[in-house]
Design a protein around this ligand. Structure first.
Ligand code: PMP
Ligand code: GLN
Length: 403
């Protein structure tokens, strides 16, 4: 049997000692939390569903007969709403007929982009830590995965710009970035984005940018799509999704915007992954994107409050925390709690549910096994604050009790 599947699983660190494929770290920690009754601050999904009026629209779509395949590129009203959102919010103009593609979540859009644009002999450069599906998509494409670190310091996790210049090569076909960034909570600055843009232009690489947390920023941090930088619209695929913006992660409605040639390349792949999906959800998300501004702002404010709550609680419990400017996540250094028997963040995260009744995720799961970044961040863990206040308070109480 061909072993490509094993190589893909290994790229995300998911081959167990016995050779079987392990579930993702998110699924594993959620299962452990369920088994031990722990407060689940591991897997990043909201425990409150998105706005009722949006859910009602999907129900109406099902009753109203929107139950067969939608068009391969996506529902026309949704593509129009996505293009309008990009124009109003960022001043980016995309033709909804040719430059917008709806996908089964950001995940399918990301995988389609990487499969369409890179193959054996090519390099795809990502940030490190990176979201797990980025590594898996690169492995599926048979391309080589290179990385540039985000380094913790006084200003949060910041891009190592010198390492970026060294990491791009003439074989770099795609630079795959993510801002606001999971797991660090970094919102890349204009200067960092300009460095990435310059590197991409230098080796004529395409930038694929994962912006699923585009609306979830705090402390006045501003999200800049890299496509808005001079010269970048023509070499960038911008990917987002409704999952995080409207707390509807199970609907799996995502999209990509970019120049026609790149969207066409993605379509060639995407139409043989799912072809299309989510028929009743697409018109509901079209309306949500055009009329849901106040819901997005309410979510952002509520998350901001929960972020402060968890930051304060983790600090009181003895963690050194990094204040995130975006996303659902706080990274914390667990060094004060490590010992000979619990030597790193991975061991800490695996023990914590049973020991303290709280689940988190080790940051090493977002790194390549044995890489310098994995080594540098081996004591770090990620907690999510996209849980209701009662769950956060329970988690904090439990962490304080074990001091
Ligand atoms: N990218 C990042 C950085 C994410 O955190 C997630 C999901 N949590 C995704 C992509 C996947 O998005 P979707 O559910 O729309 O496929
Ligand atoms: N993106 C979510 C996280 O980072 C998890 C999504 C998943 O389970 N694949 O926690």
């Amino acid at each position: 049997m061909n072993e490509r599947w094993r190589y893909v699983a290994a790229s995300a660190g998911l081959v167990a000692d016995d050779g079987r494929v392990r579930p993702t770290i998110f699924a594993e920690m959620s299962a452990l939390a369920a088994r031990t009754g722990a407060a689940n601050l591991g897997q990043g999904f909201p425990d409150e569903d998105g706005p009722e009026w949006i859910r009602e629209l999907a129900v109406e779509s099902i009753r109203g007969g929107r139950n067969q395949y939608p068009p391969g590129r996506g529902d026309a009203a949704l593509r129009a709403a996505i293009a309008e959102h990009e124009r109003v919010r960022y001043g980016l103009d995309f033709d909804p007929e040719r430059e917008v593609l709806v996908a089964a979540g950001a995940t399918e859009a990301l995988t389609s982009a990487v499969l369409a644009l890179a193959g054996p002999g090519d390099e795809v450069l990502t940030l490190e830590p990176f979201y797990d599906s980025h590594a898996a998509a690169i492995a599926m494409a048979g391309a080589a995965h290179t990385t540039v670190p985000l380094v913790p310091g006084a200003e949060g996790f910041r891009l190592d710009v010198d390492a970026l210049s060294a990491a791009v090569s003439p074989r770099t076909r795609v630079i795959l970035i993510n801002t606001p960034h999971n797991p660090t909570g970094t919102v890349l600055s204009r200067e960092e984005l300009a460095a990435i843009a310059a590197a991409a232009a230098r080796v004529d690489a395409v930038v694929v940018t994962d912006e699923v947390y585009e609306h979830l920023t705090f402390d006045g941090a501003e999200h800049h799509p890299i496509a808005t930088l001079p010269g970048m619209r023509e070499r960038t695929v911008t990917i987002s999704s409704a999952g995080k913006t409207f707390s509807l992660t199970g609907w799996k409605i995502g999209w990509a915007c970019g120049p026609e040639q790149l969207i066409e390349a993605m379509l060639a792949i995407k139409q043989f992954l799912t072809y299309s999906g989510g028929a009743p959800f697409q018109p509901a998300i079209a309306r949500a994107l055009s009329e849901g501004g106040s819901d997005i702002e309410a979510l952002r404010r509520s998350l901001d409050h929960r972020r402060e709550l968890l930051l304060d609680g983790l600090q009181r419990a003895g963690f050194t925390v990094m204040r995130p400017s975006g996303t659902y996540f706080i990274c914390a250094d667990a060094s004060p709690f490590l010992s000979e028997t619990v030597p790193d963040g991975d061991a800490f995260a695996r023990r914590l549910p049973e020991q303290a009744g709280v689940a988190c995720v080790p940051v090493s799961a977002f790194c390549r096994a044995g890489s310098p970044t994995a080594e540098a961040l081996k004591n770090w863990v990620r907690f999510t604050f996209v849980k209701d206040e009662a769950t956060l308070l329970t988690a904090i109480e439990r962490l304080l009790a074990r001091r």
